[in-house]
Write a protein that binds this ligand. Structure first.
Ligand code: GN1
Ligand code: MG
Length: 368
């Protein structure tokens, strides 16, 4: 059934050659992703086909407009410096009607891009070179889009990194207690409420006009960068669903949340959860060295706080979703959102304990 649908969607995207097979790609908490293989002229050509989650992205056409416009913009920037951008920016397929998406009768909304040859991605890694490279990748993404007209972007998820709003939603989830899970989470709820002030500081600084809005990626976890399979140099940033106006501190912070953690996002053994300052420094070296000439002093001073904001915000979202009955994030076992939330609370507290050290590392690479 799925295979039949995949083949038909690929045909609408005018993919040439002979269909061979598909695989499910099990990363990402939102969309459903497949890798599809074709034979063409004696070679295997593969594609990433995604069914977009329209519960999360209620206007998926707007998502594709953002993505196609941003990828074209980045492509032209890269081509000013090198012959081909083939492995450095995503290439989305079009239908015969010139659309970047296909709708199916069952309400599906699909898109398709070329798989970048000989690329790999990592959910988590201890390889400091890979971590530094991911910092460079997200830094370059910012630079490429520095003169992209921010107002042209659709706001595909309103209030996405509005930490104040995320807390309002959290309080609503606590009050409603829709899945009747409040009792077991009382301590977690209290723990997150204690961190509200520090976590909302970067957002409030933006509202006060201290921090500027830029074009940001907004979902900068390690698995959203592709690397060369052999050299492990960065190739391209992927998952551009949430490219919207945002803060540099948010792209930095969300990346650190994953890249500099000692464990997976859903580590159950809380004794293992901490920030690894060596990993933190590797990412910071890549990111800050790349963007230092294009950010303000106030932005530089917000980066370490952004780490706390993004870690707490993500935890608050996991806990809200758990209280609401797991409506938003995909889960692979029943209490995964609670495990994720608890892991993020411990991680955020450890980050707060190391805030000054984190900022000093930012300052070091900003000054270099
Ligand atoms: C979701 O889809 P994925 O896995 O790249 C989420 C991010 C969270 C992340 C937590 C649109 O990202 O905001 O930080 O899970 N994306 C959306 O791992 O909500
Ligand atoms: Mg995403």
């Amino acid at each position: 059934m799925v295979e039949k649908q995949i083949r038909s969607v690929c045909a609408t995207f005018c993919i040439e050659g002979e269909y061979q097979r598909y695989e499910i790609v099990n990363s990402g908490h939102i969309n459903t992703t497949y890798r599809v293989y074709f034979y063409r002229n004696g070679n295997v050509k593969d594609y990433i086909l995604q069914r977009v989650n329209t519960y999360v992205f209620t206007d998926p056409v707007a998502v594709m407009e953002n993505i196609s416009s941003v990828t074209e913009f980045v492509r032209s920037k890269i081509k000013q410096k090198q012959k081909t951008a083939k492995r450095n920016v995503l290439h989305y397929c079009k239908t015969a009607d010139g659309e970047y998406y296909v709708r199916t009768d069952d309400g599906g909304f699909w898109r398709c891009c070329r798989y970048i040859d000989e690329s790999v991605c990592f959910e988590n890694t201890d390889d400091l070179k890979v971590i530094e490279e991911s910092g460079i990748a997200f830094g370059e993404f910012q630079l490429h889009l520095a003169d992209y007209p921010v107002d042209k972007l659709h706001i595909v998820i309103p209030h996405f990194h509005n930490t104040v709003w995320r807390y309002e939603n959290f309080r609503k989830a606590v009050e409603e207690n829709a899945a009747n899970r409040l009792q077991e989470t009382e301590q977690d709820v209290a723990g997150y409420l204690e961190l509200e002030e520090i976590a909302t500081t970067p957002y409030k600084r933006q509202k006060a006009g201290i921090l500027p809005l830029r074009v940001t990626h907004n979902d900068t976890k390690t698995s959203n960068v592709l690397f060369d399979a052999k050299t492990r140099d960065h190739l391209s940033v992927i998952d551009l669903d949430t490219v919207m106006p945002g803060l540099v501190a948010f792209d930095f912070g969300d990346a650190i949340r994953v890249a500099a953690s000692t464990c997976a996002e859903d580590e159950r053994d809380l004794g293992k959860v901490a920030i690894d300052l060596n990993k933190y420094e590797a990412f910071t070296r890549g990111f800050v060295s790349t963007i230092k000439n294009s950010i303000t002093e106030a932005e530089k001073d917000s980066l370490a706080l952004g780490v706390i904001a993004m870690t707490v915000e993500c935890g608050v979202r996991f806990l809200s979703d758990y209280l609401n009955g797991d409506k938003y994030f995909k889960i692979h076992y029943p209490d995964q959102n609670l495990v994720r939330a608890r892991c993020h609370l411990v991680l955020a507290r450890d980050m707060i304990a190391h805030l000054d050290e984190m900022q000093a590392i930012v300052d070091k690479y900003y000054a270099k």
